[in-house]
Design a protein around this ligand. Sequence first.
Ligand SMILES: Cc1cc2nc3c(=O)[nH]c(=O)nc-3n(C[C@H](O)[C@H](O)[C@H](O)COP(=O)(O)OP(=O)(O)OC[C@H]3O[C@@H](n4cnc5c(N)ncnc54)[C@H](O)[C@@H]3O)c2cc1C
Length: 484
Amino acid sequence: MQAPGPQRLAELEARIARELDSIAHPHKPWLVPRTGPDGKPALDVLIIGAGQSGSAAGFGLLRSKVDNILAIDAAPVAAEGPWNTYARMQTLRNPKDYTGPDLDIPSLTCRAWYEARFGEAAWDALGMLPKGLWAEYLLWVRRVTRVPVENGTRLLRIAPVDGGDLLAAEVEHDGQPRTLYARKILLATGQEGVGRWTIPSALAGLPADRCLNSSQPFDFARVRGKTVVVIGAGASAFDNAATALEAGAAEVHLLCRRTEAQVVQPYRWVTFRGFLRHLSDLDDPWRWRFMRHVLSMREGFPQQTYDRCADHANFEMHTGAGVRGSRFDDASDRIGLDTEHGTMQADFVICATGIDIDFNARPELASFAGNIATWADRYTPPDDEQDARLARFPYLADDYAFSERTPGATPWLRNVHLFAIGSTMSFGASGSSINAMTTAIPKLVSGLTRGLFRDDIDQHWAAFQAYDVPQAVIRPRHSKGNDA
Ligand SMILES: Cc1cc2nc3c(=O)[nH]c(=O)nc-3n(C[C@H](O)[C@H](O)[C@H](O)COP(=O)(O)OP(=O)(O)OC[C@H]3O[C@@H](n4cnc5c(N)ncnc54)[C@H](O)[C@@H]3O)c2cc1C
């Protein structure tokens, strides 16, 4: 076996190219080309977001011979998604053997990549995967699977093109606006793709540079010698608390609203093929019941994440300590918090309180936000299963497309698909989740190709009728015996 390093990685890449070539059947191009109003070929699928979801969807489309695609990402290369930006953990939270971006091709797994770089023994000895390596791996998969990506390009607005079935995507790159035309748009825009990160209303009015949410950029050097309060008790709350402690905070207090911190990780239970693949096949009452249970729990934290905080004597977790109110005192330059445990002083507050669905918070959804059907529009749960937060999730069609609140008002929404955390109520773990990629990406790709095929059914029928390529040549034959 070749020693780990660049040479072995190059060999792995050559093997992947051979493997992809050997499973490329059927090779035949099948998409009926479209021309945009600009006279140029329109894309079959424009993918917004080139994180793990957008890149894997792109790879799945390429394998289905949908190769006239482009993925754009507002972030520069290597800054897609949370891994090198606001993810403040050291390692992934999921076990190292979770696959996904590889789409079931062993040579494309994180393990194959890791072993080529560092060796089998290093993989065996590895506990959890450092998040920076996951980000590197994602970029590698994207490169070797040849998903076309344009970084630094942000989607601003989606509109239908008059008199056709194309969508116009207004985008911006380096401050320059331009329009991309596509048959379908896939939003793989991550956790906040159809909403925004929250700051509890009890903290409204605090100075923005002293009270932030856990996804905001923050210079942790500022907390040195200061008191930090973290709101929330999910995995990101502990990651932020640990980062503050390691940056030299004098005290870090983590406020957990519940009477006990949740140590169960619901996403571990749902990670089996039956649930991941078929939750979306269930009726609304079952989908709602299961996903309400999953989403009303927090994202559980791994042991290492907890230890990273608990090992510091100046860390304290307060349970049953919801925040009721807050004020900023100019004289002391400090924040006062009213909690269910009494009052507390802080210099900084970091809210790790998750996201809220709010279509209007996203400029690229603005042109149709009012007509996206939500779960509230389609399903009324029993009284003991009500949840206003989850009722705001979009109610997606079975191909991940938005469905219309008022049918016919924006019929082109059937070509705008969502593969993000907002897909979760309709499909279970799916978008924005490593554990589900292995089953959810093929389902997504199948939904996209189904629409592309069906919309061209007349042309496919006509092409079949006109099909006249002979497979064999009939040779002229001399008949025997009659010549005499
Ligand atoms: C802090 C954190 C830690 C996590 N840790 C784990 C973990 O350990 N294990 C696990 O299974 N899951 C984890 N997750 C959940 C999930 O795996 C990640 O959120 C992951 O990044 C989802 O990938 P994605 O491609 O769906 O979205 P992202 O990685 O967020 O990618 C979305 C991309 O869309 C781009 N984008 C958004 N809007 C636009 C626009 N208008 N125009 C152009 N581009 C746009 C963004 O720039 C971004 O790069 C974590 C999530 C967070 C937030």
